[in-house]
Structures are given as structure tokens and as C-alpha cells.
Design a protein around this ligand. Structure first.
Ligand SMILES: O=C(O)CCC(=O)C(=O)O
Ligand SMILES: [Fe+2]
Length: 305
């Protein structure tokens, strides 16, 4: 396998989970041992959150303040969105924002993710967008049940910038669908009623963005849906290899959000950015979080290539 085929295998291949897991662990061994999770550097809460990620695929993280949310909304979402249903800010712009870098480099997020991934994470990109409800509900692709493909294991951290109550574009995640091996076993145990769901998932795994899962197909596992609601500043971390979606918004409702993707190892797929503010921001993040040189290097390694 060349490098590209190998990345593709880890990111998209559903046929052999065990081989994926084996390769993943082999690659982790190539990193410096100090980047592995170390209980002495973690609070009990960090460890518990890492375990939630492992078990459920989602965990709580500390919220950001409403003042910061207001600042970010004023900075990036001044212009009202009129005709579109979704507006995104360019990742190239966001990656240059020291406030966002500090938010997403905080050890209270990083340590649980490290615990889950088995290695200190790297930031792949930062994203931010606004969803707006229209008179005729138009659903973006992310408003259908789906899974993301950024590698064998990865984490997205989200912060709502607006208050989000049920039905106002809240995010949903189906717990314990992120680990393919466990999920497949669970689907098997649901037989015979899950036959349709299994067919639908197989189709989604191979056709990905070219196929939309019908909402009702997920009923056999609907009891495990986690609805994420909260005030502006609400944060959560999720392995979005699990089944998730944003929900459609009613007319004129808005939901603004910031998000960061963390990878354990490169995936050869996502765009690379450069951190133009460079050394200063690195030094500030390192100092604030007490990161070692290896850690700070790993945190920003994907951004600078
Ligand atoms: O908008 C949402 O809540 C879902 C977004 C999503 O699917 C993603 O960021 O991967
Ligand atoms: Fe997604």
C-alpha cells in the first residue's frame, strides 16, 4: 500500500475493523512515548471524560463564556444572513485568531481527547458557520443522519455561540455508534427488526455523501439519541464517526457554532493550513497549559505542513 491508499483504508474501509485498529496502534507506537496518555497529568475529570468518549462517543467539556461568544459573533457574523441557509467562515481566517487557538488548545479539552485517542492530538482545522431556518425548510447535508470520515478515530469539539433549545437547530448524536466493532455487534443483536437499518447503514458506508439516510430508518436505535442543548458557550466533544446530525431550524431561527477537528495521525485528506501567527501563539499556548515541547509540536504539526 502506498501512503495514500493506506490513509484511505484507515479513513473509509469498513470491511476490516480489526486490521484498521491494528494499523492504528502500530502508527501510534511511532510517536514519542511522552505523547501517550499519562494519568499523572490528568485530573479525574479528564479521565472520566476520556472514558465517556470511549464508551459513548461524546463527552462534556467546560463551556466558554457568553462574553467570548458575543465577541466571536460580532467578529464573524456581523452581516445578517438573508438568502442562504448556511454561511461558513473560511478556516484560513479562523486559524489566525488567537482567541480561537487558545480556546481549542486548552488542556481541559486536550487531555480527555488524548485519553481517548491514545495519543496527544493535533489540530487539523477550525470551522465556524451559521445556520438559519427558512420558510421552506431546506436541509443541508449535515441535517441528515451521517458519519464523518477523517480517519480511524478522531474528535470534533463544538461550541454553540447561541442559546440552543430543542428544535432550534440542536445537535444530535446516537451514543455508542462511533466504534464500528461495537456498533456492528449491537446491530446484529437487534435482529430481525434492524435488518432495514443495517441495509441503510451499509449503503451509507459505501455511498457516503451520495446517499441520504431516511430519518425513520434509525428508529431501532433512536432511544440512544443524545440531544445537545444549552446556552451560548455550551461545549461538547464527539467522535463524529458515530451517527450524528444537526436538526433543521424553524423560520428565522439562527444557530452559530465554532468547531475544531483533532486528529491522532494525519489522514492525508483534509486541507492543510498554516499558522501565520506562528511562534508567539505557540509560546503562549505552551505556557498557559504547561505543555512539553513534544506536546506543543504535536498540537500544531498538521497546521504547518
Ligand atoms: O450542525 C451540526 O450540528 C452537525 C455538524 C456536522 O455534522 C459536523 O460538523 O460534522
Ligand atoms: Fe458531520
Amino acid at each position: 500500500m502506498n501512503k495514500q491508499q493506506y490513509y484511505h483504508f484507515l479513513t473509509y474501509d469498513y470491511s476490516n475493523y480489526d486490521t484498521r485498529e491494528l494499523i492504528y496502534n502500530k502508527v501510534l507506537h511511532q510517536y514519542h512515548t511522552s505523547l501517550k496518555p499519562d494519568a499523572s497529568l490528568m485530573s479525574e475529570l479528564d479521565i472520566a471524560r476520556g472514558l465517556d468518549l470511549k464508551k459513548l462517543g461524546i463527552c462534556k467539556i467546560p463551556n466558554i463564556s457568553s462574553k467570548i461568544c458575543m465577541h466571536l459573533k460580532n467578529k464573524y457574523f456581523q452581516e445578517p444572513i438573508i438568502s442562504e441557509n448556511k454561511r461558513s467562515i473560511l478556516p484560513e481566517i479562523l486559524i489566525d485568531d488567537p482567541i480561537l487557538i487558545h480556546i481549542f488548545s486548552d488542556k481541559k479539552i486536550i487531555r480527555p481527547i488524548q485519553e481517548y485517542l491514545g495519543i496527544f492530538p493535533s489540530i487539523q482545522f477550525i470551522a465556524s458557520w451559521e445556520n438559519k431556518g427558512g420558510d421552506h425548510p431546506i436541509r443541508t447535508n449535515e441535517m441528515y443522519w451521517h458519519m464523518d470520515h477523517h480517519g480511524h478515530r478522531f474528535v470534533k469539539v463544538f461550541y454553540y455561540l447561541d442559546d440552543v433549545i430543542l428544535g432550534m437547530g440542536h445537535h444530535q448524536f446516537i451514543s455508542n455508534t462511533h466504534n464500528q466493532s461495537a456498533f456492528d455487534k449491537r446491530l446484529k443483536a437487534l435482529d430481525p427488526y434492524s435488518l432495514h437499518l443495517k441495509k441503510v447503514l451499509t449503503k451509507k458506508r459505501s455511498l457516503r455523501g451520495r446517499y441520504k439516510i431516511e430519518d425513520d430508518a434509525i428508529w431501532p436505535i433512536a432511544k440512544d439519541i443524545i440531544d445537545v442543548i444549552g446556552s451560548a458557550g455550551k461545549g461538547f466533544a464527539e467522535d463524529t464517526r458515530g451517527i450524528h446530525r444537526g436538526t433543521p431550524l424553524p423560520p428565522n431561527a439562527h444557530r452559530r457554532i465554532i468547531q475544531c477537528l483533532y486528529l491522532p495521525i494525519p489522514n492525508g485528506k483534509d486541507k492543510r493550513l498554516s499558522l501565520t501567527s506562528g511562534e508567539d501563539i505557540r509560546a503562549a499556548v505552551q505556557k498557559r497549559n504547561n505543555y512539553t515541547n513534544f506536546e506543543i509540536e504535536k498540537l500544531f504539526s498538521l497546521l504547518d505542513q
